[in-house]
Design a binder for this molecule. Structure first.
Ligand SMILES: NC(=O)c1ccc[n+]([C@@H]2O[C@H](COP(=O)([O-])OP(=O)(O)OC[C@H]3O[C@@H](n4cnc5c(N)ncnc54)[C@H](OP(=O)(O)O)[C@@H]3O)[C@@H](O)[C@H]2O)c1
Length: 317
């Protein structure tokens, strides 16, 4: 079984179950039984809004296969299909990222997308860490966060924000993160400084950072957040957004996307997969899964995410 979107609209109306791919893997391909596939914000934006397609200058083509990352078990390996870290064998437990159509019980993907699953992680953790983890890694690399510096992470308790916060702390930086009050303890337990998001956040960040802000990573993207950040922080080469790319281009700070064609970003993010997997395996990086849904309940999971119930959601075939 596989979930596709059949047009622009609401999850309950637009998501459909169809048969999944039955073909054997060809040259350079691997087939997997999927055990877990993450719900990422992009999966939802691709068919619930037309703005997103306009922003990317690439309309969604329906039926649209959803799901950019998965974890699962290799069931067949095509000819000449090594992984980036060595040979792939039947029964291997692996992560597949970045792929198309991970919302399925079986997928056939390029072998270059496959890396070993860290043994200590659950299927749900392994299937949901690569997109946010590699995006966060890209944010830190692009803003050159160094040990001893203070970095502001907007949306520090979101999927990308949690990884950005943890990676910055692992680097030896101090982190000030904007969050809702319910996420204060999460940040404090890691050793970061939480600051209440919303009106007046700039003054609170100023007080928490003590005027020593060295970089800003935005995972929220509202004009309010960006306007106040630009007033708070003047070095636009070290301020990055992953959301409001048009504001970044307009105001001369960093717009970070991992879309096809953005070779530098893809190279950084592909490389980051190994670091993310190793840090997760060592226990240095915590991978949060807030809730799992059955794959057939994908419409409910998307509705749950759209309503801002939030957290990291994972589909289990
Ligand atoms: N360009 C790229 O390569 C790329 C890659 C991945 C994701 N993205 C985009 O990045 C964004 C974040 O993705 P995600 O998966 O991390 O989303 P997420 O898990 O839903 O997290 C978003 C976080 O934003 C926080 N938030 C919402 N409104 C806020 C505000 N006004 N001020 C401060 N914080 C606010 C929430 O904080 P609380 O929970 O504390 O309330 C939430 O935790 C999405 O728009 C996604 O599409 C882009």
């Amino acid at each position: 079984m596989k979930i596709v979107a059949v047009g622009h609209g609401l999850p309950a109306e637009m998501l459909r179950e169809v048969e999944c791919e039955k073909r054997q893997p060809g040259a350079g391909e691997v087939a997997l039984d999927v055990r877990a596939a993450a719900v990422n914000t992009k999966d939802i934006k691709l068919y619930t809004t037309t703005d997103y397609a306009r922003m990317r200058d690439r309309p969604s083509v329906f039926p649209l296969s959803l799901g950019l990352e998965a974890a699962g078990v290799v069931t067949a390996v095509g000819p000449n299909a090594p992984g980036p870290l060595g040979p792939i064998e039947k029964e291997d437990e692996v992560i597949a990222y970045r792929v198309e159509g991970a919302y399925a019980s079986r997928i056939v993907v390029p072998s270059s997308c496959i890396i070993p699953k860290p043994a200590r992680l659950s299927w749900a953790q392994a299937g949901s860490m690569m997109l946010p983890g590699t995006t966060a890694f890209h944010c830190l690399a692009a803003t050159f966060v160094r040990p001893g510096e203070t970095v502001l992470v907007h949306g520090a308790a979101g999927a990308v924000g949690r990884f950005a916060t943890q990676l910055a702390l692992i680097t030896g930086a101090h982190v000030v993160g904007t969050v809702s009050e319910t996420n204060f303890d999460l940040l404090r337990n890691w050793g970061a400084t939480p600051v209440l998001r919303g009106p007046g956040f700039a003054e609170r960040v100023q007080a928490a950072a003590g005027g020593k802000l060295a970089a800003v990573i935005d995972t929220v993207g509202t004009n309010d957040v960006i306007d106040a950040s630009l007033e708070l922080f003047t070095d636009r080469r070290r301020m990055a957004t992953i959301v409001n790319l048009s504001r970044a281009r307009q105001d001369g700070f960093l717009a970070l996307g991992g879309e096809a064609g953005n070779d530098e970003a893809i190279r950084i993010r592909d490389h980051a997969r190994y670091a993310i997997a190793a840090l997760a395996q060592s226990g240095a990086l915590h991978v949060h899964v807030d809730r799992t849904f059955r794959l057939s309940d994908a419409p409910e999971a998307h509705e749950f995410a759209r309503m801002g119930e939030g957290g990291r959601l994972v589909l289990i075939p």
